[in-house]
Ligand binder design. Structure first.
Ligand SMILES: *Cc1c(COP(=O)(O)O)cnc(C)c1O
Length: 236
């Protein structure tokens, strides 16, 4: 099932790219494997999938041991500062940086480990109260502040769009994030690249790709519905 789903999602990404004249190689599919067992992740891995997204530090560190070494781990969930030390050096990209304090902690840990940590700023484009992320205006200030920290590098922006029944409703959200990226690029800040736009999930990734997403985060569409009432297999 996983391999068929993956194939379908990849085909849809390619179709979305064709509709707007983009090169599908510009879009990285992140398979969001949170709550799912490594057995399912291996199925995806065997079909060529290398980028996996998780939203809990404990889950990344546990699965990290069990999956092949060339997996690229993406931290896409809210990150607590006291857990930063466990994932710096293990993750390819932290998508969810939304405060200067968190960025400072990442920077300090990165200096300690002598690595440079690529991050995205999480932007709450739609201004939903229930979501993490900074507002569009704050994002520019935060980028400027982070740009002066050592061993941390902003690579782009991430957003979690609202849950909607018609993905078209999120098109303006994706457009706004892309525009923010263009504006940020225009400021030419040190250590700030805006090459990555991480936007789009199972319900709306095709629209996100049409609007310029370079990373889409798809969970349900690859691994099926998540069941939060049972512990993942490998916890038993
Ligand atoms: C869970 C999650 C996803 C994937 O959601 P699906 O709707 O299952 O595709 C994407 N991004 C973030 C930040 C998530 O937490």
């Amino acid at each position: 099932m996983v391999q068929e789903n993956l194939k379908t999602v990849r085909e849809r990404i390619e179709a979305a790219c064709r509709r707007v004249g983009r090169d599908p190689d510009e879009v990285t599919l992140i398979a969001v494997s949170k709550t799912k067992p490594v057995e399912m992740m291996r199925e995806a891995y065997d079909a060529g999938q290398r980028d996996f997204g998780e939203n809990k530090v404990q889950e990344i560190t546990r699965k990290y041991e069990e999956m092949p070494g060339d997996v690229r781990w993406h931290m896409i969930g809210h990150l607590q500062r006291n857990k930063v030390k466990y994932i710096v050096g293990q993750t390819a990209l932290i998508h969810s940086v939304d405060s200067l304090r968190l960025a400072e902690t990442i920077s300090q840990e990165a200096v300690k480990k002598d690595v440079t940590v690529p991050i995205l700023l999480e932007v709450n484009v739609a201004g939903e109260e229930s979501k993490y992320g900074v507002g569009c205006d704050e994002a520019m200030t935060l980028a400027k502040q982070i740009s002066s920290l050592p061993n941390i590098r902003i690579e782009g922006l991430m957003t979690i769009a609202p849950y909607v029944s018609d993905p078209e409703e999120n098109r303006p959200v994706f457009r706004k994030l892309r525009q923010l990226g263009v504006d940020m690029k225009g400021k030419n800040m040190n250590n700030v690249n805006v090459n990555i736009l991480s936007m789009g999930m199972t319900g709306d990734y095709e629209v996100a790709v049409e609007e310029g997403a370079t990373m889409v985060r798809v969970g349900t569409g690859i691994f099926g519905e998540r069941d939060y009432s049972v512990k993942p297999l490998e916890n038993r």
